[in-house]
Design a protein around this ligand. Sequence first.
Ligand SMILES: NC(=O)c1ccc[n+]([C@@H]2O[C@H](COP(=O)([O-])OP(=O)(O)OC[C@H]3O[C@@H](n4cnc5c(N)ncnc54)[C@H](OP(=O)(O)O)[C@@H]3O)[C@@H](O)[C@H]2O)c1
Length: 346
Amino acid sequence: MRRFLVKEVHPCIHASAHLCVRRNDHAPRGNPQCRRELSFIMQVLIIGSGFVGRCLAVRLASEGHDATLASRHRPAGLAPELAWLGLDAADRDAFAAVLHRLRPDAIVLVHGPSDISLCEYSPDEAMCSHAVIARNACRLAPHAYKLLVSTDNVFDGRQESYAEDAPPLPANAYGRAKLAAEQVLSQCSGDFLIARTSLVYGWEEADRGWINFFALALRRLAAGDILEVPDALWNTPIFVEDAAAIYTRCIEQSVMGILHVAGPQRISRLDWARLLADEYELDASLIRPIAADASRYFCRPRNSCLSSHHLPALLSAWPNVQCRSPAQAAVHMKPLLHGHLPINKE
Ligand SMILES: NC(=O)c1ccc[n+]([C@@H]2O[C@H](COP(=O)([O-])OP(=O)(O)OC[C@H]3O[C@@H](n4cnc5c(N)ncnc54)[C@H](OP(=O)(O)O)[C@@H]3O)[C@@H](O)[C@H]2O)c1
């Protein structure tokens, strides 16, 4: 027996050539702006229990869905209320056994390898992991909706920004591996969404070797350490809670096609670091510009920036889903980081 959730949905959500949002035509009509939609409580299997996957699991659970995280190792500090199972999703038989057990309505591919610099040193491993896991998901679960969290690194970054209809042309091994996974899904017969996502940021513990730029910058500056910042890298970063909320609505409404999921502002890493120093009253003189080419950022596109033909309309149709600028997210996070950072001292 399936259980239902009741959600507010805007009536003008529509299908287009690149993006398709399923309408629930049997839903009762509400006021002129919104109608209420009955939506299943979904069983969602999240392949990848890292920074993004875990935040998505929290959001899905908070919306009443059954989310299960899967990865090869149990992540340190995993909240006890989150369901997790051990799985190497590249292992076809093991993946099949998990699918047989869970019978998910939706599968989210949000696994590693995610370190762009490490992928450059191990391109075969990156290609194998991303393409093979996508192929396994398509072949083993043809009827499940699939959401692939892809990347702006499928573009070479010569342009300031890229919308959904721009032709991909990756300039690094990570981008080529993620594009290969996209192509697997595109040839898959079932329903899927390729959610190309820009740099995802938020607070995180340093348990995966490296941490996102927001957390790194605040940790370094708060500790009084030098923060080296690549001088010519631009991003459209998205706050992790906002990305998780957007993915959740996409899963509930089976949004299909290609969607660019990025923050509303194109910002350089230097300006972002200075913004954080200013907001959190930290010493901006610790911020040191360095040449991106001579740093661990050597293989990053100059512009890791996305725009979207579709996201603004979806956001305006989805109550309780927002997409904050770096300044808005910094303000939002400030009271939550008491105890983590020496900020707001009298
Ligand atoms: N973070 C971003 O800014 C960002 C932006 C755009 C796109 N993305 C995409 O989002 C995905 C996740 O990013 P993230 O930042 O959350 O990465 P992350 O923190 O490094 O997490 C990656 C997760 O994948 C798991 N994993 C790796 N290989 C696996 C396998 N064979 N089977 C099952 N699980 C496996 C890892 O656990 P084990 O090693 O224990 O298996 C880990 O839990 C990546 O694919 C990345 O391309 C991220």
